[in-house]
Ligand binder design. Structure first.
Ligand SMILES: *[C@@H]1O[C@H](CO)[C@@H](O)[C@H](O)[C@H]1NC(C)=O
Ligand SMILES: *[C@@H]1O[C@H](CO)[C@@H](O)[C@H](O)[C@H]1NC(C)=O
Ligand SMILES: *[C@@H]1O[C@H](CO)[C@@H](O)[C@H](O)[C@H]1NC(C)=O
Length: 442
């Protein structure tokens, strides 16, 4: 490799040609890392505009593990091809899952089953995923923690210190959320355990960022496949100092990568600014959940109009907030159930892979149209839909760990928000990706 480069350089020198002319037209300094554009109005990669044509694929690490560790690399490889065919260039994935593995409704097996103790099979799943993404030209958003319980997350760190997890966000959908939310928030709000919880987590952050990929030998810190390290999935009203200090800590470990907060941005501009103002938070994010926030009712045909109006306003207002901070914005979560209004009263219909997705397709297109319009003006940088289930089906048998790898995390009803390879939604996503791609190439 080295010899060849030298030979080439010599040839070029001898023939009198400027080496920079012969080099690929991107600068060596950028070397494939996704960067924020100098004017703050978007991203670049290799000196070219870069828009996020993304999907959520949180199960990627576990799917990338070998079969003994609950993975399915054969399926992962096929899904990578399908994603690329759809025009996807970015996946938001987990780079953390806390155990122990005997706790209810979480991803199993976990990556870190006890503080500082790793399941190497699962870690190699992350290696495999990143390597596969590199081969397919994709970039990754790496989620380092979770406010919610389905991957362990904040509550598990609190429980490790407490030695007693008393709060779970169930048994029923509406019970236990308040108690759980308070428990989870202790991770960054309880001064008595703050230091211990943060230092336990920071050890994980260091471990992941400094890991050497067992498949391709790259250290994660030096891998341009990684676009961004994300503090957590949906941190709720965390202290400003936590956003500042953690983002600075990560930036120090991985100066070539971006850092993001993972905020839903559902509350208000004050909340948005608290998470996104710190100088080491490179870009802003928002999530939109019309059914969960009770704007949309999948069993009511006309409530789609409410969802459309709400989404228009949401995308524009968050774009405006981001513009005021002069940072890019990505809508990194949004989803909709299948057409339950076709059979009102049959709640389970919305989870069935056979049920059509007319509302969902219209809703996706509405959001995409808004993003494309704003992206043309440098006011939006793309999205990650929630979420890609690919070849999995809600009706599949669970594997030896009790997992079905669709796109709905273990605490949610299988099939609720999954996008399958055969769904008509795929075409809507393809069309949008093609529009963004055309904008990148303009
Ligand atoms: C766990 O916490 C609950 C509620 O505070 C308490 O009732 C219970 O005794 C605790 N269990 C242990 C093993 O400490
Ligand atoms: C955390 O504490 C802050 C005050 O420092 C408070 O505003 C916020 O609501 C708390 N977060 C949660 C989720 O309880
Ligand atoms: C269905 O949604 C529409 C639009 O929001 C609303 O006016 C109507 O009351 C809803 N119907 C039912 C039965 O909830």
């Amino acid at each position: 490799m080295k010899l060849l480069t030298l030979a080439l350089a010599l040839t070029l020198t001898l023939t009198g040609r400027d080496i920079s002319e012969a080099a690929p037209h991107h600068g060596h300094d950028s070397a494939g890392y996704v960067k924020v554009a100098e004017d703050g109005k978007g991203f670049t990669r290799n000196g070219e505009p870069y828009l996020i044509r993304g999907a959520n694929y949180w199960q990627g690490m576990n799917l990338g593990a070998d079969e003994c560790s609950g993975g399915d690399r054969h399926r992962l490889e096929k899904e990578m091809k399908l994603l690329v065919n759809m025009g996807i260039n970015n996946l938001r994935v987990m780079a953390s899952v806390e155990g122990p593995d005997d706790q209810p409704v979480r991803i199993r097996p976990s990556l870190m089953y006890a503080p500082g103790e790793y399941n190497e099979g699962v870690f190699q799943g992350l290696d495999y995923l990143l390597d596969a993404m590199g081969r397919h030209g994709l970039t990754a958003v790496m989620t380092l923690n979770n406010y919610w319980q389905w991957s362990g997350g904040f509550a598990q760190y609190v429980a490790w210190i407490d030695k007693n997890q008393t709060a779970y966000p169930f048994p029923s959908e509406n019970e236990g959320w308040d108690e759980f939310t308070k428990y989870s928030a202790r991770f960054y709000n309880d001064t008595e355990i703050y230091e211990e919880a943060q230092s336990m987590w920071r050890k994980h952050i260091e471990t992941v960022i400094s890991r050497r990929n067992t498949i391709n030998g790259k250290i994660y810190r030096d891998d341009p496949v990684i676009m961004s390290w994300q503090l957590a999935n949906e941190p709720q009203e965390g202290p400003l100092s936590w956003f500042e200090e953690t983002s600075a800590f990560i930036k120090d470990l991985a100066p070539n990568h971006l850092v993001s907060a993972g905020l839903e941005s559902k509350l208000d501009q004050y909340d948005f600014n608290r998470a996104h103002t710190p100088k080491d938070i490179d870009y802003t994010t928002c999530h939109l959940w019309v059914e969960n926030w009770e704007i949309y009712d999948p069993s009511n045909e006309s409530s789609i109009e409410d969802a459309m109006t709400y989404a228009d306003d949401y995308v524009h207002s968050r774009a405006q907030w981001a513009a005021e901070l002069n940072k890019p914005i990505v809508m990194e979560e949004f989803g909709m159930a299948r057409d339950a209004w076709i059979k009102p009263g049959d709640e389970d219909f919305k989870y069935d892979p056979e049920t059509p997705t007319a509302h969902k397709d219209r809703y996706y297109k509405g959001i995409f149209d808004n993003i494309v319009t704003l992206a043309k003006k440098g006011q939006f940088s793309g999205s990650n839909f929630w979420a890609y289930a690919g070849l999995g089906r809600a009706t599949d048998y669970p594997n030896q760990y009790g997992m079905v790898w669709v796109a709905d995390p273990p605490h949610e009803k299988r099939g609720w928000y999954s996008v399958y390879d055969k769904d008509t939604t795929v075409k809507v996503i393809e069309d949008y990706n093609a529009q963004l791609k055309a904008l990148e190439e303009k």
